[in-house]
Design a protein around this ligand. Structure first.
Ligand SMILES: C[S@@+](CC[C@H](N)C(=O)[O-])C[C@H]1O[C@@H](n2cnc3c(N)ncnc32)[C@H](O)[C@@H]1O
Length: 432
């Protein structure tokens, strides 16, 4: 199969491409998309931060190759930030054209239209696994970084590796022999379905070991909030960070610097999800509802211990679902940029032996007032129509009174009825 070649530095206008605003891109950086490609595109903020996380000194010399480049946004961020020529390959011709235009838009935004990396960049229309053919077209260019973000079937239940197009095993088999080596061997950035199970991740490790035996790796969980893992990727060899087995990256909605949690154990040593316990929290203990995406990364316990101390006692009453819940003996005090990793934290002020409903809401208000509460947030599973009604009633009744603290109501982990009123010890001055 031969590949058509697009030269981003020599493009003509293309009316078939549609400009689509990426809310995470700075003013003046506008991307275009081929038909139906927008949902596949990596948001600029994520693409740029990922590129900035690669250490250029550990990267082998040579171009950035993206063998399924889609809109080219990730490829363009890597090429512009690392100042390496981009080689994109894309099966769909309109997406390939969009990639070439987006590469140029990024180069223009970086003031790099005359930069050697941009002038040498190419986008090929065709199969990214046809390594010999691609290398022939780019005249045997050296490949410093291989990026793969394969297409995944929408609505897939299994998230099987072989459902990815092109499959990581086909890409690694085709390209591993052609990748340049640096101090940490070859460099590969492999994007995977965020919903891979631990066993599926181990299957990825096995594929990696077949083609890049023993290569160093950093697994990265990316989240844009809401407790969801949006992106799971394996950063291999020269793209990995020595001695960092896992990294969790939270991209704040306001576009500010991402929050990074690093450490943990290598993946083959376990998924490192906390164990649930049967002992419910007691009055006076602290309860925290943790971001579900941080928990999924297997980094939550080292992160908590970093804040609470090695000797703190930790017990998990929920480790799955939307509200992972842990109780501990010392308060969790967080810097403002870390608060997004915890949905709520507070001291158990009272155990409530009835579920919140329209009959019990007044009792809850009375209990909240006993504990000087100005706002009580319901953080327990409730029917979708009941939740806003109860929250509205609590807000209305408490706003007319004189409480000064924030509080939340959560399950106690002892059947559906028992709940905990947890209060933030901080007093909101001026609230009274
Ligand atoms: C998830 S998208 C990549 C998105 C990209 N990272 C971005 O920032 O826009 C995956 C792309 O792989 C392309 N693709 C699938 N199989 C391919 C193959 N064998 N060779 C090249 N591209 C392929 C699809 O057409 C799709 O555009």
């Amino acid at each position: 199969m031969t590949h058509d070649v697009l030269v981003p530095a020599e493009l003509e206008a293309d009316d078939a491409l549609v400009a689509v605003r990426d809310a995470t891109a700075p003013d003046g950086l506008v991307f275009v998309h081929g038909e139906a490609a927008k949902p596949l595109a990596t948001p600029w903020q994520v693409a740029a931060e990922r590129a900035a996380m690669i250490n250029p000194e550990r990267l082998p010399s040579g171009a950035v190759l993206d063998v399924a480049c889609g809109s080219g946004v990730q490829l363009a961020a890597l090429a512009a930030i690392l100042e390496r020529p981009a080689i994109g390959v894309e099966l769909d011709p309109s997406r390939a054209r969009a990639s070439a235009h987006n590469l140029r838009a990024v180069a223009a935004w970086f003031g790099a239209l005359e930069a050697p990396w941009f002038l040498a960049s190419r986008v090929l229309v065709g199969d990214g696994t046809a390594a010999e053919d691609v290398l022939h077209v780019v005249e045997g260019a050296s490949i410093g970084l291989l990026q793969l973000d394969p297409a995944r079937p929408r609505n897939s239940r299994t998230h099987d590796l072989e459902e990815m197009a092109p499959s990581p095993s086909a890409v690694l088999a085709a390209w591993a022999p052609h990748l340049a080596r640096g101090p940490d061997g070859q460099a590969v950035l492999l994007d995977l379905s965020p919903r891979l199970t631990h066993d599926q991740r181990l299957a990825v490790e096995a594929v990696v070991d077949t083609h890049l035996p023993g290569v160093q790796r950093t697994w990265v969980w990316g989240s844009r909030g809401g407790g969801r893992v949006d992106r799971l990727s394996a950063w291999l060899g020269g793209a990995s960070t020595p001695d960092v087995a896992r990294r969790f990256v939270r991209y704040p909605a306001d576009g500010s610097q991402p929050l990074i949690v690093e450490g943990g154990r290598a993946l083959p040593l376990g998924d490192d999800l906390p164990q649930q316990v049967r002992r419910p929290p007691r009055r006076g203990e602290q309860v925290s509802l943790i971001d579900a995406a941080l928990l999924a990364s297997g980094l939550v316990e080292p992160w908590l211990r970093g804040h609470l101390g090695e000797k703190a006692s930790l017990a998990w009453t929920a480790v799955d679902g939307r509200r992972p819940q842990v109780h501990h003996d010392v308060p969790l005090v967080l810097a403002s940029n870390e608060r997004g990793l915890v949905q709520a934290t507070g001291r158990v002020a009272a155990v409530v032996h009835h579920a919140p409903n329209e009959d019990t809401v007044d009792d809850l208000v009375a209990l909240a007032l006993e504990h000087d509460v100005a706002r009580l947030t319901l953080r327990c599973a409730l029917p979708a129509d009941l939740q806003p009604k109860l929250q509205g009633s609590l807000d209305r009744q408490l706003s007319r009174r004189h409480g000064r603290r924030q509080a939340f109501l959560c399950h106690a982990g002892q059947g559906p009825e028992v709940h905990l009123l947890c209060v933030d010890p901080a007093v909101q001055e001026g609230a009274r």
